[in-house]
Write a protein that binds this ligand. Sequence first.
Ligand code: SAH
Ligand code: SF4
Ligand code: F3S
Length: 458
Amino acid sequence: MSDVTTPRKRLFIRTWGCQMNVYDSTRMADVLAPLGYAPTEQQEEADMVILNTCHIREKASEKVFSDLGRLRELKQEKAKAGQQMVVAVAGCVAQAEGAEITRRAPWVDIVMGPQTYHRLPEMVARASRAAGAQIDTDFPVDQKFDHLPEVSAEQGPIAFLTIQEGCDKFCSFCVVPYTRGAEYSRPVAHILAEAKRMVAGGTREIALLGQNVNAYHGEAPDGSTWGLARLLYELAEIPGLARLRYTTSHPRDMDDALIQAHGKIPSLMPFLHLPVQSGSDRVLQAMNRGHKADAFRRIAEKLREARPDLALSSDFIVGHPGEKEQDHQETMSLVRDVGFALAYSFKYSARPGTPAAGQPFQVPEAEKDARLAELQALLRQQQDEFNRSVVGREIDLLVTGPGRHPGQIAGRSPWLQPVHVMAPGFTPEPGTMLRVRLAEAFPNSLSATLLSEELACA
Ligand code: SAH
Ligand code: SF4
Ligand code: F3S
């Protein structure tokens, strides 16, 4: 427990990768708070630095090593001044390359995999006593969630809640099943309690997180197993919780109950991130995605039948081993058929230990570049079209805080777009819902005009 005599120490956390890492970083801060660690934005003044890393593509994991180089200098400077700085590497690079980290960066004090954060206090204590890195990259049988402290109540108006972790899908290109381990769903009661606490602390929008969130199958209080749809209906009953989302889903687990939930739960926002990766059946098969391109088209149609204003976002990989120009054109045609409001697209990056990395017929870099450019031009055009298509609509805007310019309010639309409203002299609290009309579309945001002041939350 913290007490008034505990000296205040400063904690700097740098986060790469997915939203799961963002969530984990907040949980690590929660675990360290009772030891007297308060967050800082200044790496230089930190007593402890945690790099929460991502291993998904080569570029992502290389960034960690360049950051560690800079930290070494900082640590040496501090030592000269008689100060200590604990350096910890967490996340998926720690899990996948723990030994490599201690070899290349022996000044690192702690290396910890994503399933071990609840043991951080113990590792910090050991690190300050002993020389040499403390390494913890187990996949403990007792899940980390059972041992983490309760989530701190005030998460802000928009917050994440992890309900599922790990992945059993083993897509050919992906490191996640190796870095995050097997699929695990948290029990329903824990999720409901955490959500209620967040709402009591002022959260209005919760995004449920999981590497395969729609494969959720958690234990319910009556001993039965609930899928994601059932959980969403229950969460939607929490008074004051105005908006629900979930991410990231796999097309294979997009069952009818979940699709229908989009039509039946008004607080389930009309925006869904559903990665498809490729529009070619041949490549989808090589990727071990377990569905065909037309199955994805059908899911998109059914979702829009259930909720006509639903917008989709997705992830794409170009240049998976064996991908030919014809396959790429099939991806382009899927994009044209479905239409995406937002998308992330990547060049295939060979990851050590994954099945695709060892396959023959790796696509030359120049072809990957050309395909990515063609795909991104189309996706950019679709994003612009989507943003323009909602101009003129009246929406509920969830206020996140003041905007960048004086007199502006910033918020989030139902479709995840950042929106700013000019309203000098009016400073609604974050978490307020405002009725606005979308006025103008910019490349990554929209402006809006105020229609009415506060709109009571459900
Ligand atoms: N669970 C999600 C994706 C997690 S990783 C799903 O099932 O789709 C986020 C995205 O990174 C993926 O959707 C994929 O598009 C991309 N990605 C993963 N591995 C990659 C690799 N080896 N090279 C390039 N992009 C990759
Ligand atoms: Fe990776 Fe595939 Fe699992 Fe997504 S479903 S995390 S892409 S293995
Ligand atoms: Fe990266 Fe690990 Fe997330 S590899 S994308 S941080 S699960």
